[in-house]
Ligand binder design. Structure first.
Ligand SMILES: [Zn+2]
Length: 369
């Protein structure tokens, strides 16, 4: 080897590293979760079997839900339900794994198949079935990826935020109490003192949802957007909840309405990001779910250990550092425990520093092509 070749070999790793770093555009990450939103509706829209079971009188074709959401193919049906997600986000900006009819699956590694274990797996990168086995308001024994990123990016408390519809996020989202900004459940938000925010903070406790610990997603989204505008966080978890609570009640029309409203809320968030230089072209978004639920008319309302179908979930990726578009096909199975490392990889951090047992980042969406 002559001197020049030798020098080249010596410098090559350096060039490769800077090339990867230069191509990585992500400066902010947003995690969005839709509690217990089934793969069945996400990929197929209205489930006709459930509608049939719910229609006790008259023809199913005459029902409002049929007229509003039915179409011949799953692609058409889901576009009627979530037009922004399917026609804009997934066509032009991102990709989604988890459609098993195309040979792509996303699964939890925890065997609990309910909320706290699912969110903890997403936020810590690991299942702990021996320790996390209830939805009780107990402090997460493990540090979350939100806390890890706060430390790595040297952020202050307002720049790492979790806005959740479910109050238990106050316990799931951080291991060290008070480390990040968490606003969850019917909790007033007092970091911004404007008439609009004061009204929202009060109204959520006047216009109560039917569930003690879960507020309507509208409030969660509005408060999160206000926080985004004022504090420009670099790490945000927006945790929506209505999809799960309506399903537990068997209120299928409300489940579909929640998904449709969540789709509009996604558009509102997306439009804000596109009109804000700090975020436009520099923000990676991961959208996923804590657990699935049953697939039959008997168990679609339910999830948990007795409903194995609930281990199948989905995960979507919108990133300036991923060129994948549309649905994944014939792909390796993705696991819920990979979400944390993927968020970190977009920001060029190695999550195994925080947790060596965590799932690895998903190469297909972090390759900086
Ligand atoms: Zn849940």
């Amino acid at each position: 080897m002559n001197r020049k070749t030798c020098l080249l070999f010596f410098l090559l790793p350096f060039f490769l590293l800077t090339a990867v770093a230069a191509q990585s555009k992500t400066e902010n990450v947003i995690l969005i979760t839709l509690d217990g939103a089934r793969t069945q509706e996400i990929f197929g829209g209205l489930d006709l079997e459930i509608l049939k079971a719910k229609t006790t009188r008259g023809k199913i074709e005459d029902t409002e839900l049929y007229k509003k959401y039915w179409a011949a193919t799953p692609e058409e049906r889901r576009s009627k339900l979530m037009p922004f997600f399917w026609n804009t986000l997934m066509k032009e900006h991102g990709s989604i794994a988890g459609n098993r009819s195309l040979g792509s699956a996303v699964m939890t590694t925890n065997k609990m198949w309910f909320s706290y274990p699912g969110y903890s797996e997403i936020l810590t990168g690991q299942a702990h079935d021996d320790v996390i086995k209830s939805n009780d308001k107990k402090r997460n024994p493990y540090p979350s990826v939100l806390e890890f990123l706060k430390h790595k990016l040297k952020l202050n408390k307002t720049q790492v935020a979790l806005f959740g519809s479910w109050d238990v996020f106050n316990w799931i989202g951080e291991h060290e109490e008070g480390a990040i900004t968490i606003n969850a459940g019917h909790e007033p938000y007092d970091l911004i003192n404007t008439p609009e925010i004061r009204v929202l903070s009060q109204l959520q406790n006047e216009r109560l949802s039917p569930w003690g610990g879960v507020r309507f997603d509208y409030f969660t989204v509005k408060l999160a957007l206000a926080h985004l505008q004022k504090f420009k966080p670099r790490v945000l978890h927006l945790a929506l909840g209505e999809t799960d609570d309506w399903a537990h009640e068997g209120a299928y029309a409300h489940v579909l309405s929640a998904l449709e409203r969540n789709d509009r809320q996604l558009k509102e968030l997306w439009d804000y990001l596109q009109n804000t230089p700090k975020y436009k072209g520099k923000t990676s978004i991961l959208i996923t779910v804590d657990h699935g639920r049953g697939k039959t008319i008997k168990d679609w309302t339910d999830h948990g250990e007795r409903v194995p179908e609930a281990q199948y979930i989905w995960m979507a990726f919108i990133s300036p550092d991923s060129s994948l578009r549309g649905e994944w096909k014939n792909a390796e199975t993705v696991y819920q425990n990979q979400a944390a490392a993927t968020l970190c990889r977009w920001l060029k951090f190695d999550y195994s520093e925080n947790n060596a047992q965590a799932g690895k980042s998903i190469a297909a969406v972090t390759n900086h092509q």
